[in-house]
Ligand binder design. Structure first.
Ligand code: RIB
Length: 345
């Protein structure tokens, strides 16, 4: 089997010229390109990965660092990244941090040492300083599901503040005036932004009609933690009619707890999730949720980082923002008193 060196020797050109004839034919003089292509054809040379990536620093590998790959939101996001990378003949190294900033920092070091061409990251916490140190090393970085505030990097995110506002407004319009906010730590930027949107919307409601919010914080945004938190909350009775959940996994855990306590969703309590993962629509009680385009987030972020890898000199950082959408299903309904005013049986 002819090697790239055999081709270069036979064509009387450098290894880099042969690599460019394979990877970037547009930059070669037509006459040189034709000469190399004829030798490749005559020798039956088949480029392998090393030949394709002979250009210094080109390995067509990108890293993806996410906080919780067991959350279907990030599974869909990773699928979008992978499909965009595949289309550009790149491969992806997936790193799951379990929402740990320490693991995140270790993964960034490993990916840098692996000399990946770029890194996509959903930071577990607000880690602008740590990420700035990565970009200062010359590692290309793009944020996904997080705006790149204060960073020289691309980002693709969703307007989480608007998403929080959508969730509260939906329950408010259904008559709910005592609402549990069941979510993770506000160290998680997405949580902080959603809760900020909820608070801003609350402040726009006249104090006389403003819902009371009961905040319950979870150590991690999982169904099991949500189940335990609601079971504990119900020990002191039920002084609420609505639950805004930080994501769909939390909502599914909360609904499990209500069902175990024979509390009907939505007749007794309305529950709204966030993400609109695939399971949301097919849950026992089809979940009302705030939809995030996880796949599209991942695909768009991968296209941006690959564009920067391919044309670093001409690349201009972009900040893409998607808008969340309210998807109403049967886990939310008007309160009993609101049904009476609406004359709904
Ligand atoms: O990682 C916590 C949450 O933030 C996920 O469920 C998803 O909503 C992301 O935006």
């Amino acid at each position: 089997m002819a090697s790239i060196r055999d081709v270069a020797k036979a064509a009387g050109v450098s290894l880099g010229t042969v690599s460019n004839a394979i990877n970037r034919p547009e930059i070669l003089a037509p006459r040189t390109l034709r000469k190399v292509q004829k030798v490749i054809e005559d020798m039956g040379f088949v480029p392998n990965a090393s030949a394709r990536n002979l250009r210094a620093g080109r390995n067509r590998v990108i890293g993806l660092v996410v906080p919780d790959i067991s959350n279907p939101f990030f599974t869909d996001l990773a699928r979008g990244v992978n499909n965009a990378a595949f289309a550009a003949k790149y491969v992806v190294i997936l790193c799951n941090t379990d929402e740990s900033s320490e693991k995140e920092s270790q993964y960034l070091d490993v990916l840098s040492a692996q000399n990946v061409e770029g890194i996509l990251i959903t930071p577990a916490r607000e880690t602008t300083r740590a990420l700035a140190s990565v970009t200062e090393k010359g590692i290309r970085l793009a944020l996904v599901d997080r705006p790149a505030l204060g960073l020289q990097a691309c980002s693709v995110a969703v307007n989480d503040s608007y998403g929080g506002s959508l969730a509260l407004t939906h329950l408010y319009d259904l008559g709910h005036r005592s609402i549990v906010l069941l979510t993770g730590s506000e160290d998680i930027p997405q949580v902080a932004d959603r809760n900020a949107g909820i608070r801003e919307t609350l402040n726009e409601i006249p104090a006389s009609d403003r819902p009371n919010i009961i905040e319950l914080r979870l150590d991690s945004m999982s169904a099991s933690n949500a189940y335990s938190a609601i079971m504990k909350k119900l020990e002191s009775g039920i002084d609420f009619t609505g639950v805004i959940c930080g994501n769909d996994l939390i909502a599914l855990g909360a609904i499990r707890a209500f069902r175990e306590k024979n509390i009907s969703v939505p007749e007794d309590v309305s529950v709204i999730g966030y993400d609109d993962i695939d399971f949301a629509g097919s849950a026992n009680v089809p979940l009302t949720s705030i939809s995030q385009p996880a796949y599209e987030l991942g695909y768009a972020a991968a296209e941006l980082i690959i564009s920067e890898c391919e044309n670093p000199e001409r690349h201009v950082h972009q900040r893409v923002e998607f808008q969340p959408r309210l998807i109403v299903r049967s886990s939310t309904a008007p309160t009993k008193s609101h049904r009476a005013t609406l004359k709904i049986s």
